[in-house]
Design a protein around this ligand. Sequence first.
Ligand SMILES: [Cu+2]
Length: 179
Amino acid sequence: MIEANGWHAKRLAPTDAVLPTGKLLARRLLISGVLIGGVLTGTATLTGCSQTPAAKPVLKVSGAYLPQPPMADMAAGYFTVTNTGKAADELTGVTSEFASDVSMHTATQAGQMQDAASLHIPADGKLVLSTGGNHLMLMGLRKKPMVGEKVSFELHFAKSSPITVQVPVEPATYQPPED
Ligand SMILES: [Cu+2]
């Protein structure tokens, strides 16, 4: 804050030289006012920072699984992202070595799938991907995933660093435990 105002004052100085004296004085007073105001604001901001750190999302991924698909062309993926932070985040995409194309889908009331560019993760809340709701759709599979194998997903977020999860392949009839 203080440094930034110092820089402003320096930048304004050449302009002052070409102003008539009256205006120059007014400008000088204005600059002093800005400096004093800036210093006070800066102090307040610093104090505020040390007391309440900036809110940010704190994410954890759990319950990931991939039901063994009937064919090798397509699979679905499910997981829960829990946010214990005080700021929301967005799941902006998922990648996997195992599939050339991973898209995020939501399900409408009518049961139709829609592509989602991102999925919202509320502050102090959860994003749930589950059968009949939000899900991942994996296309261009390297091979048909079999029960007992694991595939890796990399989750990308608007604010948080990417999270890699090892996702077990479960039987097609698998029901995840409630969490
Ligand atoms: Cu889908």
